[in-house]
Design a binder for this molecule. Structure first.
Ligand code: GLN
Ligand code: ZN
Length: 757
């Protein structure tokens, strides 16, 4: 009997009918009790485990589940709770757990940032002032549950100590090894308890090792895994990496663990394997099926790749698995009723990917002939999709004829800003918001009714218009300086455009977790992208007609649209980015022609799209800046271009931000507690900038003083002439009362700050 095993690294949490999301939100709203929340989410969790078993996965991950985020779970495991949440030790209770993520009345939430190069956000652990202990062995609880309730001897998943520490904050580099020593015995304890419960496999996620890590970090890994090997020899540890090839292959594969998990889809792990070989005493857990996209695998090619890999390892020491956790793809394509069957045939979501894993494992065990039918099917389906690729010669022609001038504003920023000042006539420290206003239940249910055909187009349009009007009035009353129409007509900032550009299709249920209970539905790009007719002009023009204050036109930028879509791999990513930029340019021109003088083109995904492999940075940043300018540069000098990015850690992209040549940028900053300002101490940036002055991810209403402090801190480094006052991000997830109350405070703080200047 072959020892080759199929495995999974993690499963989406949301639930087929979004039961997980609904339960969480009901709990936060006070509609269900803690016991009900645990019961409902428990059902989802067990259902997912059962499904994986039925599909035939040998090593089923347990403990990948979370009620919010797996990094926050790791913090809760070790009692890493910032002082301001009044934690007194022991198991972190549910409300404290959620408070760290979402804020409490008397405590701001912990910072949230993107998980490597994904659109998933984790809660950044704060290590200052905490005394780590083993507060709750969460992995053990999940292991026991799966075993007890389903008879599944799961593979426990835990976030590895080195990655955990490297993505935490609140300590100096010099304290790193001391922290490793603090956490090491706690991790050992976690593993020992797993062994006692009968666990044989554990997957320790250490994705930090696909980035460049310093010598001391590698040394720490050697020490940690050596200790595990000595103290808990009974357990089979898989040292799991993903999203890129590892940066120090030889060190990593020689760590004293049972197995090494490598990504054979992103980054060239195969070359490393061929060049340096693989230890004969270890299992290679090969990430073969792409965990980051939704396209059916070419099974024949995948099997060949596995057969190649097999030549370099010891007989049967192989685990077949996805390239990463399936958290980053939707659950199952079975829920899609409306997609063109040809496209549907070419798709593969989480469940289908697991089926592919099982088929490939069988192919390896029993030989190619055993899966020949499936191989043929995958070829046919992929070819059908390919043959249907919607190609557009006109777009190719336009791209070919572009000149550098097309992506360049012909007036310098200094000149432009004078003209814009005259045209817009704004006060010092102008106030604005990021675009979206609360998407209330009513907004969402009205859209759903319209989708189902229960209300007419006219009724829906009137509803959107009424909301725009109501909110223009509210914003005027609040005395905001630059208004927005509120994005009530949009479900999501990428899906909305995907639905309207040629070359995209949208799914009904293709949800992917973004943060907490927030999910996005990335559209699929299955053809050349082009613009057909105005998309946003109607709403923007209507909003502008209601007020004398400027209303910002609101678009999503080319980098973000690309990064947050699933791009059919027949298209070249950067070519697609240019096509999107060109399509957006036409929308920008249409807005301007219709009297919109400020146009914001959001690029919240620019930073996360940065390749993990540094060698690929330069090209990415260059193409991204070019695409943004291509979309925006054709406007008149007195039209003001804004951009917005969520999350502030952008030291790495500072030059690129400048190269976007946007007149004003707004970025998140309130949760990073002033750290971001120091980026500006080290770099000069002359264009307009709005550092978010309050956190919109939390329902908490800030005080005037808090906001004023944020403004004052920023003004120590940034000129008041450059500075804009705005929240961190869009307000669509907030309730109406919270939003009005918070904006009132914000405007008040801006007015007070103006008086001093
Ligand atoms: N304009 C968008 C909004 O306000 C921006 C969202 C984002 O940055 N993610 O919702
Ligand atoms: Zn944002």
């Amino acid at each position: 009997m072959s020892k080759i095993k199929s495995s999974n690294l993690g499963y989406p949490r949301i639930g087929e009918n979004r039961e997980w999301k609904k339960a969480l939100e009901s709990y936060w709203n006070g509609d269900i009790t803690e016991a009900e929340l645990l019961e409902k989410t428990g059902e989802v969790r067990l259902h997912h485990l059962k499904k994986q078993k039925e599909i035939g996965i040998d090593l089923i991950p347990v403990g990948d589940f979370s009620l919010y985020d797996q990094v926050l779970d790791t913090s809760a495991t070790f009692g890493v709770v910032p002082k301001r949440f009044h934690y007194t030790g022991g198991k972190v209770d549910l409300d404290t757990y959620f408070a760290i993520a979402r804020g409490a009345d008397d405590a701001v939430a912990s910072e949230m940032t993107k998980w490597f190069n994904t659109n998933y956000h984790y809660i950044v652990p704060e290590l200052n002032d905490v005394t780590p202990t083993l507060a709750e062995n969460r992995a053990l609880n999940y292991y026991n549950e799966a075993k007890g309730k389903l008879g599944i001897d799961g593979k426990a998943v835990i976030l590895g100590p080195i990655t955990y520490l490297k993505i935490s904050k609140g300590y100096e580099e010099s304290q790193f090894s001391e922290l490793v020593d603090t956490f090491l015995p706690l991790y050992v304890q976690v593993l020992k308890e797993l062994v006692d419960a009968g666990a044989t496999w554990v997957q320790i996620d250490e994705p930090i090792f696909v980035t460049d890590v310093a010598e001391n970090v590698l040394a720490a890994a050697q020490k940690v895994y050596q200790t595990f090997a000595e103290e808990v020899p009974e357990i089979n540890i898989i040292f799991q990496t993903y999203f890129e090839k590892v940066s120090d292959y030889e060190t990593i594969v020689n760590l004293p663990v049972k197995g090494i998990g490598l990504d054979f889809v992103h980054g060239d792990s195969l070359s490393l394997l061929q060049e340096y070989g693989f230890p004969k005493d270890k299992v290679l857990a090969a990430g073969i099926v792409d965990g980051r996209n939704v396209w059916r695998a070419k099974l024949g090619e995948k099997l060949t790749l596995l057969e190649t890999i097999k030549q370099f390892i010891n007989e049967d020491q192989l685990i077949v698995q996805p390239s990463s956790s399936l958290l980053h793809v939707p659950i199952t394509k079975k829920l899609e009723q409306k997609i063109d069957p040809i496209v549907l045939g070419g798709l593969s979501f989480a469940d289908e990917k697991l089926e592919e894993i099982v088929i490939l494992t069988k192919g390896l065990q029993q030989g190619r002939a055993a899966i020949e039918t499936e191989i043929q099917k995958s070829i046919t389906e992929r070819n059908n999709l390919q043959a249907n690729y919607r190609s557009n010669d006109k777009v190719h022609e336009e791209i070919k004829n572009l000149t550098p001038e097309d992506a360049k504003r012909n007036v310098s920023f200094e000149e432009r800003s004078k003209l814009q000042e005259e045209c817009l006539n704004l006060p010092l420290l102008p106030t604005t918001t990021i675009g979206s206003l609360p998407q209330t239940k009513e907004v969402r249910s009205t859209r759903a009714k319209w989708r189902k055909g229960e209300i007419t187009d006219q009724q829906y349009e009137k509803f959107v218009k009424d909301n725009i009007k109501r909110w223009i009035d509210i914003q005027e009353q609040l005395d905001l300086d630059v208004l927005v129409h509120g994005e009530f007509e949009r479900n999501d900032m990428v899906e909305y455009f995907g639905d309207k550009f040629n070359g995209f299709i949208v799914t009904e249920n293709g949800y992917v977790q973004s943060y907490g209970s927030r999910y996005v539905k990335p559209p699929l790009i299955i053809g050349d992208v082009s613009w057909e007719k105005p998309i946003t002009v109607k709403e923007s023009v209507y909003a502008q007609s209601l007020t004398d204050r400027p209303v910002k036109g609101m678009l999503t930028g080319p980098v973000t649209i690309l990064n947050w879509s699933f791009v059919h791999d027949a298209s070249h990513r950067y070519e697609t980015m240019k096509q999107i930029a060109l399509a957006l340019q036409k929308e920008v021109v249409a807005l301007e022609k219709n009297g919109i003088k400020i146009i914001q083109v959001d690029e919240p995904a620019l930073r996360e799209g940065l390749p993990l492999d540094r060698a690929k940075w330069e090209e990415y940043l260059k193409v991204s800046a070019y695409a943004f300018r291509l979309a925006t540069a054709s406007v008149d000098a007195d039209t003001q271009i804004h951009t917005h990015m969520c999350y502030s850690n952008f030291e790495d992209i500072f030059d690129c931000i400048d190269a976007l040549d946007a007149d004003v940028i707004s970025i998140e900053s309130s949760r990073s507690h002033g750290e971001i300002v120091s980026t500006f101490e080290e770099n000069t940036y002359r264009k307009g900038i709005g550092l978010g002055v309050y956190d919109i991810h939390s329902p908490r209403v800030p005080s005037v003083n808090e906001i004023k402090q944020n403004i004052d801190r920023a003004l120590e480094t940034i000129s008041p002439k450059q500075f804009w006052v705005n929240p961190d991000c869009g307000l669509k997830t907030r309730k109406e009362e919270e939003t009005v109350a918070a904006l009132e405070v914000m405007v008040q703080a801006a007015k007070e700050a103006r008086q001093v200047k």
